[in-house]
Design a protein around this ligand. Structure first.
Ligand code: PMP
Length: 369
């Protein structure tokens, strides 16, 4: 391997070039280890249908790989918009919703600006804000992890943030916010944006999409990584006022969304029935898993998403996480998240995977109730 070049001070160029605030930050990762039962990243346990995979093969065969993609991703944006009853100029796409969040922060955050998050929540909101040098102000949640409007209003009045992040259903707690709360937040955030991350929105009884008519500052972020079963494809999008879409497009790189991804997204939208059926199976399995957890020595919280937050009553999170891993079951240790001491998060898997998880959990808990 070639040696890194050295600067006159003797430091390697790599050391000299890295911004301290970036070099010193921990990354954001869930361990990717080889296990039999992987329930740590909220993916769909079911793969897409054979019919869809055959369509993807056709798309690959016909791909004009020597040509750049449609820079505006017009057909995909039209189809996504239509699925929500909106025109294409209300839609911006990215390689996963994380990239969409980055574009939003580049456009509306930055030095001298503030983003608000309500902890505990999806750690990437804070992480990307900090990467973009956006200050972060932290709000609290109520006993069921819901956002409480009055303290939220006071916080927003104090900080006047450029963006307010609200994850609904919230990762990793699983609760979704009522539409009245979302409307109250939208009003209090204006003229800043209320960014409602609905990565698990298909499973939720409420959605901020109902607020578009009354609130121009509402942005809804969605992904194909969960109930669409396409996490490996990397496709996410936002729905917002055309001015917000235009601002995000100025921050995204030219041709960032590949031709294959655009066509695959279109093909997936043509099979929304398959997605709905998968979502229904997932909700039934979540109910079964929640019921099973409620009879064990853990505290668990109701979920409107494809995962469940739980806290072992008599053992520490790390001990249980390691015990499960030793039995080839991987869950997410969220005990270092603010206010989630002792907690773990399990993704709803297939019936067989969830049974394997429960059997391993019983062994680790040692029969304690
Ligand atoms: N938002 C939330 C709340 C998530 O949980 C995730 C995935 N864990 C994402 C966004 C990112 O999803 P992706 O980049 O795969 O679209």
């Amino acid at each position: 391997m070639p040696m890194p070049a050295r600067s006159s001070s003797g430091d390697t160029m790599a050391e000299a070039a890295g911004r301290e605030s970036i070099v010193e930050r921990p990354g954001y990762h869930s361990p990717q280890v080889e296990v039999a039962v992987r329930l740590n990243t909220n993916e769909s346990p079911e793969a897409p249908s054979d019919g869809f995979m055959a369509e993807l093969a056709e798309i690959a065969r016909a791909l004009k790989a020597n040509r750049y993609p449609d820079r505006e991703a017009r057909a995909l944006r039209e189809a996504i918009g239509a699925s929500h009853g909106l025109p294409a100029d209300h839609v911006a796409c990215g390689n996963g919703s994380n990239e969409v969040l980055l574009c939003l922060l580049l456009a509306y955050g930055g030095p001298g600006r503030t983003a608000v998050v309500f902890e505990p929540t999806y750690a990437l909101h804070r992480h990307i804000a900090e990467l973009s040098h956006t200050a972060v102000a932290t709000g609290e949640r109520g006993g069921g992890f819901e956002i409480e409007l009055e303290p939220a209003r006071r916080l927003l009045a104090e900080h006047r943030p450029g963006l307010v992040f609200c994850c609904s259903p919230n990762n990793p707690t699983g609760n979704s916010e009522d539409e009245e709360v979302l409307a109250g937040l939208a009003e209090a955030a204006a003229p800043g944006l209320l960014v409602v991350d609905e990565a698990y929105g298909h499973l939720s009884p409420s959605s901020a999409t109902s607020l578009f008519a009354a609130h121009e500052n509402v942005v809804v972020v969605r992904t194909f990584s969960k109930v669409w079963a396409l996490a490996g494809l990397r496709l996410g999008y936002l729905l917002a006022d055309p001015a917000v879409v235009a601002a995000c497009e100025r921050t995204s790189l030219p041709y960032h969304l590949g031709t294959f991804t655009q066509a695959a997204g279109l093909a997936a939208l043509g099979r929304s029935g398959e997605m709905e059926a998968r979502a229904a199976r997932l909700v039934a399995e979540r109910q079964r898993l929640a019921a099973a957890l409620s009879s064990r020595a853990v505290e668990s919280w109701p979920s409107a998403a494809n995962f469940i937050l739980f806290r072992p009553r008599h053992l520490g999170a790390k001990e249980v996480w390691e015990g499960l891993l030793a039995r080839s079951v991987l869950v997410r240790d969220v005990s270092s998240f603010p206010r989630l001491e002792g907690c773990l998060r399990v993704t709803v898997g297939t019936r067989e995977e969830d049974d394997a998880f429960l059997a391993a959990l019983d062994e680790v808990l040692g029969g304690a109730r």
